[in-house]
Design a protein. Structure first.
Length: 258
């Protein structure tokens, strides 16, 4: 990541506005604005969460206040997006920035609900619109250099991540059906927990994540042995790509600090 230039070197007003909005370390005013923007994002996310409480939804006064806050938040984000679009060199450069797509996606549900609210209510689309509003949390990445370093690192580590996913997928595809057939042939699951090979694959996913929900578990000795073997092999095999990713991430953080 290239740090923003010093403020005094920029006499172009568009560049001053652009760096102020997108780089908290650009100036003192940029830091103050970043704090204000973070507070707005946190408040809007908090309102989205508490709107799911049934007791509060039944209160007309609360819903009126929540709707007014939502209008204010969306107006703020809309003005922010319009200003950014105006200070960019071109529309193409604006839409090349992933953060700007997040800005658009975070305000789009409000206008869709306002313009075509009755249609979305008929097709049950309000839930989808509420979920999309959670994208506002991703706007916090803009104000954190560490998070931007993380995103850059993830893109640069795609080969290692793909190797990790490939090894994980192979293990699930092999051991999932295997555990299902073992338990199915065991005859103790007539109404069984392992109803299909997908149940076995789900069991492998839970095992590989060391979650251990307990909703599925083998009962035969052979099934328990295969499950234990899978867990041990998974820990052994996954250590290699994970160690590579951790080493690469440590190097990226050292470079970012410099």
């Amino acid at each position: 990541l290239v740090p923003p230039p010093e403020p005094l070197k920029h006499k172009n007003r568009k560049e001053l506005v652009l760096f102020t909005l997108q780089y908290p370390t650009f100036s003192t005013f940029a830091k103050v604005y970043a704090i204000f923007d973070i507070l707005i994002i946190i408040m809007s996310t908090f309102m989205l969460v508490i709107e799911s409480i049934p007791e509060l939804i039944a209160l007309d006064d609360f819903m009126t206040v929540a709707y007014c806050i939502e209008i204010g938040v969306n107006v703020y984000f809309t003005v922010q997006a319009v200003i950014l679009l105006a200070v960019y060199d071109s529309w193409r450069s604006y839409f090349k920035n992933l953060h700007n797509w997040v800005d658009i996606a975070s305000i789009l549900p409000f206008y869709m609900k306002t313009i075509a609210g009755s249609y979305f209510k008929q097709v049950g689309g309000f839930r989808v619109l509420r979920v999309v509003r959670l994208l506002r949390v991703m706007k916090l990445f803009r104000h954190s250099q560490g998070s931007q370093t993380m995103i850059t690192f993830l893109f640069s580590s795609l080969p290692e991540i793909m190797l990790l996913l490939l090894m994980w997928g192979i293990g699930v595809l092999i051991f999932g059906p295997l555990i299902y057939f073992i338990e199915h042939e065991n005859g103790e699951h007539d109404h069984g927990e392992f109803r299909s090979a997908f149940s076995g694959m789900w069991f492998c996913v839970v095992t590989i994540g060391t979650v251990g929900y307990g909703d599925l578990s083998p009962t035969s000795n052979l099934g328990k042995f295969v499950s234990a073997l899978y867990a041990i092999l998974n820990l052994t095999v996954m250590t290699i790509p994970i160690s590579i990713i951790i080493t690469k991430f440590s190097r990226s953080m050292k470079v970012a600090k410099k």
